[in-house]
Design a protein. Structure first.
Length: 543
């Protein structure tokens, strides 16, 4: 380790320790409205253990304000983000929004369950403010969206404070199969807050790392093929990929309208569930949301610590155990916990990815990406490439900044060359076949074994963060996401334990169509019974 880096780590540790106690008096004095009484200061150490309902009660009782909470998170971002590279931009209006939230609370009460709660957005979500939306690419630095993404609009309506935007794998990991997880030309390379020389996975790497490091209460990510659940597993956070259509996609830089879905990342299931309830619902410009089965109006009703009792939970081992000793150990502890909570554990609930699935899936995705990204670029104001062809040319012209020496743009060029219109009979046949095969692979197991859900390890331990270690997507766990996302089914990853080196490990609860509410209940019960999550130390393994 270089002395300069060691010194940097020590300074960051000192600042982190300070901000772990209180926001500094000088910063707080500058942020407080002088006409208002000053409540007790918020402590970040307490926030690790607090849920959103706890935070709401504290603000209602005057223990702290949204402005103080926001100020604390801004200080933590300043202290820790130079190491983590989890946050790309901080919203210059965040403190003013928090101050307005406090005034509204005093005058009228909370607008919704996220009133005054600071939230980070993945950097592919449009905001009609001074924050850029680039999907990690310098090609979109000149883009100027005029409207909030639908999920952002819903967050604001519920009173949330948009704190800033989180780093991500550039183009949500769909530029090239050898893309470096967590790296973007705009934000750099996100590091795992548990072990800094390890990856936070992708593509919602910054959202997961930021929440794990307590840089925000919750964050939004997007998931096309494991992009929420994988980072959640590697950062000891809760990640929810909801059923397709639960939350709208308008205003989100797309990969595929048949796979993409926004989802929350949080330090506990309660916060993830509440955030999901806020962003869910009909999106006028997203037809999939009009046919989606809604979550219950009171999302708290599904958060039952006894939810696993009497349920039949299938265990998926094949291909996922026998690969890593720590994964096996943690998964066996998970199975024991399920039994202890009264669940009937059903062995042999292995989902086999159909051999022909990928042969249908990739052609469909290439066509959908070409269509969807062209439509997004053409509709987005500003100075930027207006088509996929323009993006390809931009990357060739800016090879150094876009690190084309690290990985290329094979998905881009293949989509441009081979993508067809969405009315093309060949495309439609591929999409219908892929969806049917994926759904059958899960439904047959659930139905034949009479299961309420399936549980399996989410991912292997986080790999090294070094870009030279990237070997593309060769994880044996990829079949979990291929089947589930192609089917449009939900997944929830929950912290389950740690390796001997302190790397987080997660387990995934997955189900069939519109089983989101039930899965949230099972995840909550498992979380409450296991209580395994611990705070990251930030410095371990850095070098």
């Amino acid at each position: 380790m270089k002395p300069t880096l060691r010194a940097t780590l020590r300074r960051a540790a000192a600042v982190a320790a300070a901000t772990g106690l209180t926001a500094s008096p000088a910063a707080q004095a500058a942020q407080n409205d002088r006409a208002e009484p000053r409540p007790a200061m918020v402590r970040a150490a307490h926030l690790e253990r607090m849920t959103i309902p706890d935070i709401q009660r504290a603000m209602d009782r005057g223990r702290f304000t949204s402005q103080q909470l926001t100020g604390l998170y801004l200080e933590r971002i300043r202290a820790l983000n130079p190491l983590l590279k989890a946050v790309v931009t901080v919203n210059p209006d965040a403190v003013a929004i928090a101050r307005d939230s406090d005034r509204r609370r005093r005058a009228h009460g909370a607008r919704g369950p996220l009133e005054g709660v600071p939230v980070l957005l993945k950097e592919n979500m449009d905001t009609a403010d001074r924050q850029p939306t680039t999907a990690g690419s310098t090609a979109l630095l000149g883009a100027r969206p005029r409207q909030d993404a639908e999920v952002v609009r819903r967050l604001r309506a519920a009173g949330a404070v948009i704190l800033g935007k989180a780093n991500m794998t550039e183009w949500a990991n769909f530029r090239d199969p050898y893309a470096v997880a967590g790296w973007s030309a705009v934000g750099g390379l996100t590091r795992n807050p548990y072990v800094l020389d390890r990856s936070a996975a992708g593509s919602s790497s910054g959202s997961a790392a930021a929440v794990a490091a307590n840089l925000a209460t919750v964050a939004l990510g997007t998931d096309t093929g494991g992009s929420v659940v994988d980072p959640a597993a590697m950062t000891s956070t809760v990640g929810v990929r909801p059923s397709l259509g639960v939350a709208g996609r308008t205003g989100i830089v797309p990969i595929s309208s048949r796979h993409d879905t926004p989802g929350p990342l949080a330090r506990n299931v309660t916060d993830a569930a509440l955030t999901l309830s806020v962003i869910s619902g009909p999106d006028p410009a997203d037809p999939d949301t009009h046919s989606a089965e809604a979550l219950p109006a009171d999302i708290g009703s599904v958060l039952d610590a006894d939810a696993l009792r009497g349920k039949r939970i299938g265990v998926w081992r094949t291909g996922h155990t026998g690969v890593d000793r720590d994964v096996d150990r943690v998964f066996e502890a998970t199975v024991r916990e399920l039994r202890a909570q009264g669940a009937t554990v059903v062995e042999g609930a292995d989902v086999t990815e159909p051999e022909e699935l990928l042969g249908h899936l990739l052609p469909a995705l290439l066509s959908e990406f070409k269509h969807d990204v062209n439509a997004y670029l053409a509709a987005t104001p500003g100075s930027h490439p207006k088509s996929l062809a323009g993006l390809i040319a931009y990357n060739e012209k800016h090879r150094a900044v876009e690190r084309m020496d690290w990985f290329g743009q094979m998905y881009f060029t293949e989509a441009q060359r081979n993508g067809v219109g969405l009315e093309d009979p060949g495309y439609r046949a591929h999409r219908v076949a892929a969806t049917a095969l994926a759904r059958r692979s899960i439904d047959d197991v659930v139905e034949s074994k009479r299961l309420d859900a399936i549980v399996t390890p989410t991912a292997l331990p986080a790999p090294p963060v070094d870009h030279q270690a990237s070997e593309g997507d060769t994880s044996p766990f990829v079949s979990t996401t291929n089947s589930s996302v192609a089917a449009g089914y939900p997944q929830i990853s929950v912290p389950a334990g740690y390796t001997a080196e302190g790397l987080p490990l997660g387990v995934t609860f997955l189900g069939t169509k519109a089983s989101d509410a039930a899965l949230l209940g099972y995840a909550y019960a498992f979380e409450q019974g296991s209580q395994v999550r611990r705070t990251p130390r930030y410095l371990h393994g850095a070098g």
